[in-house]
Structure formats: C-alpha cells, structure tokens
Design a binder for this molecule. Structure first.
Ligand SMILES: Nc1nc2c(ncn2[C@@H]2O[C@H](COP(=O)(O)OP(=O)(O)OP(=O)(O)O)[C@@H](O)[C@H]2O)c(=O)[nH]1
Ligand SMILES: [Mg+2]
Length: 324
C-alpha cells in the first residue's frame, strides 16, 4: 500500500494505471483501497493545470490534444490525457480510434494517456474522473487534460473536474454556431476554431469572428474577462502555441483573483454532496427487503398508482420502519 503510493508519487506509470483501475472498479474492496491510496497521495495534488477539452464529435479534439501535448512535452512538461468517451459503452471501438489518433503522444514516455470508459456514470464525468485527475497530478503530470465528446451532459459536467474549459469548434456557418448550446459557450474559458488550414482556412477565420460576436453578447464567465476566440490547425500544426499562451495567461489571472481556488472549493463540495447521496443510496440498498420493496414501488409508479414523491417517502419508511 505505502509502496504503491510511493511508486505513484515517483511517477511510476504502472502504479498510476493500477490506481485509476481501482478507482473505476465497482468492487467495494477496490474502491476502499483506491480511497486509502488517494488519502496518501493527496498532499502531492493540486499543483497541475487541469484543462478540459470539449467539442462535437469529429471537430478534432484528439488531434488537437496530440499536437498540444507534443508541444508541451517539447517544453519539458509531462502530460496526462484522460479521454472520457460517453459512447464507448455502446460502440466499444471509439476509444481505440482515439488512441490511434493521438499517434505522437501515444508513444511518448513523458505522456500518460488513459481512456476512461464511463459505464453510464453521469455522462462520464464523476467522482472517478476527478479522482483520476488527482492521481495524475500526484504522479507529477502537468497539465492534466480531460477530453470529452460534447454530447449529453458530459460537456457541462467536465468543468466539475477542471480549471480551464476549452471549447473546440469546427469551421462552419451560422447554423453550426446555433448548434452549440448557449450553456456550453458560457462555460468556456477559451473557444478555439480548429482546422484553420487548407480549404477551410478562411472559413475558420470568419467562424472565429462569428464566435467573437456571440461571446461578446454572453455574460462573461469571469467578470471583466471576455472569452478569447482563437483559430488553429492541429494537423499542420499551427497556432497551438498561442492556445497554450492564452491558457497560461488566463490561468495566471484566475490564480491571482482567487477564481481557481474558489472553483476548486465548490467542485469539492459538489463531489462531497454527490458522494454522500451515492453512499446513502448504497446504505438503503443494503437494507433487508430492499429489492422487493423497490420493485413494488417502481411498479406502482410506472402504473401511475403512486406519485414519485410518495413512492420515495414510502421506500424510506418501509426500509427504516422505526423512523416512520
Ligand atoms: N484539416 C484538418 N483536419 C483535422 C484537424 N484536426 C483534426 N482533423 C481531422 O478531423 C478528423 C477528426 O479528428 P479527431 O481528432 O478524431 O476528432 P475528435 O473531436 O477527437 O473526434 P471524437 O473523439 O470522435 O469526438 C480526423 O480525420 C482528423 O485528421 C485540423 O486541424 N485540420
Ligand atoms: Mg477524440
């Protein structure tokens, strides 16, 4: 146990992989071990830049991270990438696709890439991703990058585990801009129009102008800081340096203002509340007769014989009769 913590803090990749596997496990003993390990390495966490990269399928997130990560490795950084794929439980194959697209990074010893299957847990970003980020930090990776496909609620929950939220978009007309949910735009710290190369170079520039106008109309995420909109090409690559420069200077601003500290605190509170709810449910599920009572109430609810509120109350009263 101590050995594993020491190895992890020492940057041992196998220890890191094992730690994340434990965190993702549904087995109780694994989770207990994972939490004990996390307690031990916690003093070594908190220093990395945590970057979330989100965007619609195919905008080039993986390719961008490949170029972005390579540039950082060239600057002497050790980079971790957690690829959360909400679709992986169904398709099974897209993670493999992701890995092959990060061809440069995948073979680099200074880089740790971890596909993180979601198994339907809160659209992919939950306690497990947060803990995985912490383990990567403890192992000395900085930055830690979390890639999520912008579908469902995963993109709005990615900011529960990261400091800086990068929205990657593809060149396109006004229709595409409409397709981006306002909520995501408001969460973005930085908007980057990718594929600013070849035949889509000019379109990327005008798309960026569209986004600048759109961003201007939004309530700024950080008071007094208008969300920057940049263009880049991940394949050339070009403009990747500028993205890092913007992110770094934004991070400085937010560290100085205390915004990052505040955000991390509220993330911790959120995680605590979520954990508490999950544990309470777990306790309930361990009570005698839970399965039968639960099934009975589900049936009553689905047949409209009982309201969900009444069913929920009854469930508690029947599990803990003395409290009723
Ligand atoms: N021309 C051009 N093509 C790009 C660029 N970035 C990515 N692509 C291409 O776009 C396609 C999708 O790239 P990915 O990096 O897999 O996109 P993604 O957003 O990670 O996709 P998912 O993970 O499936 O959501 C690939 O064929 C890339 O080669 C770019 O900057 N310029
Ligand atoms: Mg990808």
């Amino acid at each position: 146990m101590m050995d594993m913590a020491a190895a992890l803090v020492d940057g041992d990749r196998r220890a890191l992989s094992r730690a994340i596997t434990l965190v993702e496990s549904t087995r109780d003993d694994h989770r207990t071990t994972a939490q004990a390990l996390l307690e031990e390495v916690l003093p070594h966490t908190g220093k990395a830049t945590r970057i979330g990269v989100t965007g619609a399928p195919g905008v080039g997130k993986s390719t961008f991270i490949d170029a972005f990560g390579s540039m950082l490795v060239a600057k002497g950084r050790r980079v971790a990438v957690l690829a959360v794929d909400p679709s992986s439980t169904e398709t099974g194959g897209s993670i493999l696709g992701d890995k092959t697209r990060m061809t440069t990074l995948a073979t680099n010893p200074a880089v740790y890439i971890r596909p993180s299957p979601t198994a339907g847990h809160l659209g992919g970003i939950g306690r497990r991703t947060r803990d995985a980020v912490l383990f990567c930090e403890a192992a000395g990776y900085d930055p830690v990058i979390v890639e999520t496909v912008g579908v469902g609620q995963s993109e709005t929950t990615v900011d529960k585990v990261t400091d800086l939220f990068l929205l990657l978009v593809a060149p396109g007309g006004g229709d595409d801009l409409q397709g981006i949910k306002r909520g995501i735009m408001e969460l973005a710290d930085l908007v980057v129009v990718n594929k600013a190369d070849g035949p889509t170079r000019d379109l990327a520039a005008s798309t960026a102008a569209d986004y600048r106008r759109a961003v201007h109309l939004l309530r700024p995420k950080h008071p007094g800081v208008e969300t920057p909109v940049l263009t880049c090409s991940s394949t050339e690559p070009q403009g990747i340096d500028t993205v890092w420069h913007e992110l770094s200077s934004l991070r400085e601003t937010l560290l100085t203002s205390g915004a990052i500290r505040m955000q991390r605190r509220s993330q911790a509170v959120d995680q605590f509340e979520q954990e508490f709810r999950d544990s309470l449910y777990q306790r309930a599920a361990e009570r005698d007769g839970f399965a039968a009572i639960h099934a009975d109430l589900v049936e009553q609810v689905t047949e409209d014989r009982l309201s969900v509120t009444a069913a929920s109350r009854q469930l508690i009263d029947r599990l803990w009769p003395s409290n009723s």
